[in-house]
Design a protein. Sequence first.
Length: 289
Amino acid sequence: MKITEGLGRALFFVVGAPKSGTTWVQLMLNGHAAIDCAGEGHFTDWLLEDVRGLLAKYNERQAFNNAFVYDDDGYFSGFTGKDFNALARFVFLQQLRKRDLKPAIRFQGDTTPNYVYALNLLREIFPEARFIYVTRDGRDAAASIIAQKMRLLRAETRRPYDTRTRRSDLESFVRKWLEVTQLARDFDRAWPNRMITLRYETLIRDPHKEIARAVRFLGAGHDVNQIAACVAHGAFEKWSGGRAPGEADPDSFFRKGVTGDWLEFFSDDEQDYLTARLGKRLAEIGYRT
């Protein structure tokens, strides 16, 4: 894996749909002595989308001024796509360089699930970067996202979760999950060997083997002790306050840490809706329906 110029380390990004295990992968990677994986930068969706709009607005005003004052022979032209990419690269590097990392760190990452919508931009501005895509059964991910919304509502307003909001939130997540899985598939097909896919379910079943795949993909050391350190650093018990997987805490970000929870979490009608909407895609990417 090549070093990113201006950073001095190999750069990677962890992406995926919300509540698919990206944070867990981030924590495990941070258990490796040569890897630092931060979260969540959100530079593309919280900053650069607005910057792109500002540049377009500037270009429009500049074009009008050039035509009105200088008969289309003005002194300044607008910003190009290449200019935007250079600015985007600067934004990332400026923030990544601010992290005070030990000299042993040779691989630096940013876990922001929404970067899945900016894969091609990131590939253009960082042609040497690699991508770790974390996927999960969309029905389990939906259970986790609804549980998180319920937790946030309790924390912010102390009001119960409206069942009408629950259905619209569920439909919104289904649309997002379908978008994300398609974007990741399209990118992986177009740019082979730039992305690795980790399955939440395989991470649950064999975390050592699965995280070793990611570490090897990055090019970092992957002996038994290094991988064991990664798994230990991301252990559910460590981040849940000592609970074992399956012991639920509805007020914790690390709520339950199991697979198949959607069958218990959702009503029969909700289960039917999820299977009808997600079944085809789940089968396409190797899940049983």
